[in-house]
Design a protein around this ligand. Structure first.
Ligand SMILES: [Zn+2]
Ligand SMILES: [Zn+2]
Length: 187
């Protein structure tokens, strides 16, 4: 009869005393390995479930420890964005850098969008305020083109589909080339 219960109960006590992410992660990894080994060597369900219980408890504890760090990061981000916006002085509006029209309604567009600057460098550096004036349409289109999905796998993905609203093929190609040149990618 394999009785893993005393070991499990002891692990629960140890977990309750853990205060740091590495401590909890070590227990989580250790018990995940024990769980896998127990499954592979066909130990009883009670033993496997005992180890699995520790893995679940450790992951829940990790979630609790990580949350304040995520909150802190979100706060840092919004403060950095606010300060960056306040230090941005794009000057007198000019007509759209792509279509050369609509000077009265243009937006200043950061060539390296502020939110991406923070995400790429954690807002350590001074904001890069290189910018161009764009009409509302070309502003929306450049953001659609350089969209960044939340999913890391899709990061840097360029949404050519988003540009299908430009009916004229030559204009579409010219816009894509212009966008890539703007960020220093030869096309
Ligand atoms: Zn335009
Ligand atoms: Zn913009």
């Amino acid at each position: 009869m394999e009785d893993a219960r005393p070991k499990i109960d002891r692990a629960i006590e140890i977990l309750a005393e853990c205060k740091t992410i590495p401590e909890v992660k070590k227990i989580r990894d250790e018990y995940l390995a024990l769980q896998t080994a127990a499954e592979e060597s066909r130990k009883s369900i009670a033993v496997v479930n005992g180890f699995a219980e520790i893995v679940i408890r450790a992951e829940r504890r990790l979630g609790q420890l990580i949350k304040p760090l995520l909150d802190e990061e979100a706060k840092r981000k919004s403060e950095w964005m606010k300060a960056a916006r306040e230090s941005f002085a794009p000057g007198k509006p000019q007509s759209c850098a792509f279509c050369r029209r609509f000077r009265s309604i243009v937006h200043a567009h950061h060539i390296w969008p502020l939110v991406q600057q923070f995400d790429d460098h954690h807002g350590i550096d001074e904001p890069d305020h290189r910018s161009v004036w764009l009409c509302p349409n070309h502003h929306a289109l450049i953001h659609a083109f350089f969209n960044r999905a939340d999913d890391d796998a899709d990061r840097g993905h360029r949404s050519f589909e988003a540009l299908n609203d430009i009916d004229d093929e030559h204009e579409r190609t010219a816009f894509i080339r212009w966008c890539l040149n703007l960020v220093g990618v030869e096309s």
